[in-house]
Write a protein that binds this ligand. Structure first.
Ligand code: SAM
Ligand code: SF4
Length: 351
């Protein structure tokens, strides 16, 4: 699928033609990664953040937000729940928090790897090459870092660099790949100022980065941020932050990166609580991320308002998601659900 075709699909509004796109993405998903839906237990370990992203409620400038950082005992309690619930992976996510020290995180990763069979995914923002290497050495398997938009000018506007530092998330994704991580990235859909052409470029970049994981979701305005207020205006060829546009991007990501792991995200479940997750799974996605964060912290990890599953417990989340997956006729993934992106090249290498 070339860029003009990607662009045509992004602009497509005819329901019958879109049905054909959903069907094609679902067939590619079934052929390339099968019917299993992998469960990744999400632990939001800290909401401290040094950055001033114009879109995110965790930004440093949001003085109204009470901050927390979980202890290693607290995190390990959630990790044990992940094992009990039969998940294959834990995802440790946070704001960009220098209080998460290199050595502390390395020791935590080592302990998780020693005590459990789980894959460990990190999503801790932009960290130094030394930190990333130390955590990889400690046993971390995967890292998620969305590049948010491939339009450099828009990126600089919504994601200001830290003083004296350059922010290059695309470069960091390549560095993660060199270090041997399974690398995940993605974008928000409908950022004010994002055009259809930008989004087509993003999807092309998914392909050229050859990502193991692709996470996309609608941009959801947060009133305590510059982007959620009146500071930024939409452009002429503005992409809507709609549910439908999110399905299009999931479907196109599946078609251009057939073997990637693609989650049906919480942001999608937030815009359609009833069936957003299921529709994402039926239009190309093969992963869900049930939340394991203790209820006391969940409400404080407020990236955007009215997040889905805010008041559920970890047990509620796993029960609800399991039942939704089985009701769709899909299977719950067993094992770690590693990337299958390299399967073909590995096979070719054995011949
Ligand atoms: N701090 C790390 C980082 O920035 O990569 C990880 C946590 S951050 C909250 C995870 C993702 O949340 C970001 O990559 C961004 O795409 C998404 N996000 C932040 N604010 C959002 C908003 N207002 N609407 C939708 N997604 C948002
Ligand atoms: Fe911090 Fe990540 Fe939110 Fe940016 S998106 S403010 S880095 S938590």
């Amino acid at each position: 699928m070339d860029r003009p075709e990607i662009l045509r699909w992004l602009r497509e509004e005819d329901p019958a033609r879109l049905e054909a796109l959903w069907h094609r993405a679902d067939s590619v998903r079934a052929e390339s990664v099968g019917d299993e839906v992998h469960l990744r237990g999400l632990i939001e370990i800290s909401n401290f953040c040094v950055r001033q992203c114009a879109y995110c409620g965790l930004r440093r400038g949001n003085a109204q937000l009470q901050r927390y950082r979980m202890t290693d005992a607290g995190i390990l309690g959630c990790v044990r729940q992940a094992v009990e619930f039969g998940y294959g992976t834990v995802v440790l996510q946070s704001g960009e928090d220098p209080g998460i020290r290199t050595g502390w995180m390395a020791a935590l990763i080592r302990q998780i790897k020693a005590e459990t069979p789980l894959a460990v995914t990190l999503s801790l923002g932009e960290r130094s090459g030394e930190d990333l290497a130390a955590w990889r050495d400690a046993g971390a398997d995967r890292y998620l870092l969305r590049f948010e938009t491939s339009n450099r000018e828009l990126y600089d506007r919504i994601h200001p660099p830290l003083p004296g530092r350059h922010s290059d998330r695309i470069g960091m994704v390549r560095r993660l790949q060199e270090l041997g991580y399974e690398a995940g990235s993605g974008v928000m859909i409908g950022i004010p100022g994002q055009t259809y052409g930008d989004l087509a470029d993003d999807i092309e970049l998914f392909r050229s980065l050859d990502l193991d994981m692709i996470g996309v979701g609608p941009y959801l305005p947060h009133p305590a941020t510059p982007l959620g207020g009146t500071g930024f205006q939409p452009v002429a060829d503005q992409v809507p932050n709609s549910e439908q546009m999110t399905y299009k991007v999931i479907a196109l990501a599946r078609i251009v990166c057939p073997r990637a792991n693609i989650p049906s995200t919480t942001a999608l479940a937030t815009v359609n609580r009833e069936s957003g997750r299921e529709r994402g799974l039926a239009r190309g996605a093969n992963v869900v991320m049930p939340n394991l964060t203790p209820p006391a912290y969940r409400t404080l990890y407020e990236i955007y308002p009215s997040k889905a599953c805010l008041f559920e417990t970890a047990a509620d989340c796993q029960g609800c998601l399991r039942q939704r997956i089985l009701a769709m006729g899909r299977r719950i993934g067993t094992g770690r659900g590693d990337s299958r992106r390299g399967d073909l090249s590995a096979l070719a290498g054995q011949r």
